[in-house]
Design a protein around this ligand. Structure first.
Ligand code: HEM
Length: 314
């Protein structure tokens, strides 16, 4: 089996659409939501029934209204008004996947091979095929295995959260995953590991020591040099007692852990943390945090697979 063949005119239109999308994404600064649109069109694929997938069905009112797609209307209207109106030959299915590929490229990510020829569908899958951010790794596996994707692809694709942020009015979550949410790099994995403090307790009052400018210099000082003040020692031992490394050792580790756990308001969804906890996922997180080239290579391959579910020769 081969990919569907598109004619030379169609290929020319794709090249022009690629340029339109580059300009649009730069002008509107909308790379993250374009990537999310591409992923949500593709991520409904069910390999056993060969339904869903990157077939443009996310444009159907019924599917756009699914809870997981909250906020995507804006990306859809950018694509529609700025590109589809000028290049009506191009299918929505191709347009959305091209937008995802361009979003990654223009923010500094890897080049992702794009093959055109997807057909549009008017049929939308039932609600509930996209992952639920409040769940753990069994759920992630259920959803991605249903698409035919692997553990490694789950971790690589989760790196898409290096772009963008959550919006309380859309998902109920808030904030970006990285400090530069318009740059595609491996910082999602770096921050994920940095934020890990292995189940150690942080009370709101502990975190208050980081936020208040009157307290913070002392935290930094005590973390650096093991000078202790008796009041802090008692707090430290009380906190550490619930999830200790060495709770019976009298040292300055309370302050060291407090600073380590600080990722400056960056978001961690339960599904993001699941990547740290599951032994099938964790080695890839560690690899991608260390080696950006490995992440880019695996991400580009996984993204291509996602964008071709149900379309690639089986
Ligand atoms: C945003 C969940 C996988 C790309 C979000 C948001 C949630 C979420 C809750 C916030 C939406 C908002 O409030 O605006 C998940 C879950 C995943 C997953 C549970 C399971 C692994 C992916 C994948 C990609 C991706 C595979 C792409 C390869 C994005 C992007 C945003 C986003 C770029 C930011 C959108 C913006 O800034 O408007 N995701 N996601 N996500 N997601 Fe995911």
């Amino acid at each position: 089996m081969a990919f569907p063949v598109v004619d030379a005119d169609y290929l020319k239109e794709i090249d022009k659409a690629r340029r339109d999308l580059r300009a649009l994404i730069a002008y509107k600064n909308c790379a993250p939501i374009m990537l999310r649109l591409a992923w949500h069109d593709a991520g409904t694929y069910d390999k056993s029934t060969k339904t869903g997938g990157p077939n443009g069905s996310i444009r159907n009112d019924e599917e756009l209204a699914h809870g997981a797609n909250s906020g995507l209307k804006i990306a859809l209207s950018f694509c529609g008004q700025e590109v589809k109106a000028k290049r009506p030959k191009i299918t929505y299915a191709d347009l959305f996947q091209l937008a995802g590929v361009v979003a990654v490229e223009v923010t500094g990510g890897p080049t992702i091979d794009f093959v055109p020829g997807r057909k549009d569908s008017k049929v939308s899958p039932k609600e509930g095929r996209l992952p639920d951010a409040k769940q753990g790794s069994p759920h992630l596996k259920d959803v991605f295995y249903r698409m035919g994707l692997s553990d490694k692809e789950i971790v690589a694709l989760s790196g898409g959260h290096t772009l963008g942020r959550a919006h309380p009015e859309r998902s109920g979550f808030d904030g970006p995953w990285t400090k530069e949410p318009l740059k595609f790099d491996n910082s999602y994995f770096v921050e994920l590991l940095k934020g890990e403090t292995e189940g150690l307790l942080k009370l709101p009052t502990d975190n208050a020591l980081l936020d208040d400018p009157a307290f913070r210099p002392f935290v930094e000082l005590y973390a650096k040099v093991a000078i202790l003040w008796e009041g802090h020692i008692q707090r430290g031992q009380a906190s550490m007692a619930l999830g200790p490394r060495k709770p019976l050792k009298f040292d300055n580790s309370y302050f060291v852990e407090l600073l380590k756990g600080e990722t400056e308001g960056l978001l961690k969804l339960p599904t993001d943390n699941a990547l740290l906890d599951d032994p099938a996922f964790r080695p890839f997180v560690e690899l991608y945090a260390k080696d950006e080239d490995a992440f880019f290579k695996d991400y580009a391959a996984a993204h291509k697979r996602l964008s071709e579910l149900g379309f690639t020769p089986a």
